[in-house]
Design a protein around this ligand. Sequence first.
Ligand SMILES: Cc1cc2nc3c(=O)[nH]c(=O)nc-3n(C[C@H](O)[C@H](O)[C@H](O)COP(=O)(O)OP(=O)(O)OC[C@H]3O[C@@H](n4cnc5c(N)ncnc54)[C@H](O)[C@@H]3O)c2cc1C
Length: 153
Amino acid sequence: MPGSIHCRPDGGDHGEWIKLGWAFNAEQITEPVREPELNPYFPEVVLRAASRLQPKLAHYLGALPLDRVHYGGYYPMTRENWPLIGAAKTPSVFLATALSGYGTMGARATGDLCARAVVGAPVPVFARSLSLARYDDKALMGQLAASESRGSL
Ligand SMILES: Cc1cc2nc3c(=O)[nH]c(=O)nc-3n(C[C@H](O)[C@H](O)[C@H](O)COP(=O)(O)OP(=O)(O)OC[C@H]3O[C@@H](n4cnc5c(N)ncnc54)[C@H](O)[C@@H]3O)c2cc1C
């Protein structure tokens, strides 16, 4: 079974829900549309996979709760699956984008890096690799292109 199946509690401190997710179509690149069509088998597929990881979930196979919520969306990403944060080519325009499947986790660091770019504050060394400037670093881009995994979540 490939990795990247998400299983976690949801609903805050006293939540009784679990959230499952799996971007198993990770390498299928599509043009975005406003209302993407969701795969009706997705909840069943994810539940089956997640129950390999956490066997007690198998209890829900064929008995998915009727009030479950099923949502999906896009992972906007660059080819190398690294974000773009910092100055755009157009003066006074800044990017905080291509956050793929990790944009919630990376939101605060992204905001911090982007705000530093806006006001011209010092940035950590790695900021360059997360900005448009990385495309000038042929060694880094070659290394990323040669990686076996893009690290899709
Ligand atoms: C199913 C799914 C599950 C995910 N789970 C996780 C997770 O568990 N952890 C995690 O870290 N990340 C997760 N992510 C990724 C995370 O949601 C994104 O990386 C993050 O939301 C990106 O933030 P953003 O502000 O760049 O873009 P968005 O959140 O997409 O915000 C862009 C906003 O711009 C608006 N907009 C677009 N076009 C226009 C326009 N022309 N005019 C005005 N407004 C416009 C959109 O309506 C939207 O509100 C998940 C993504 C998906 C799809």
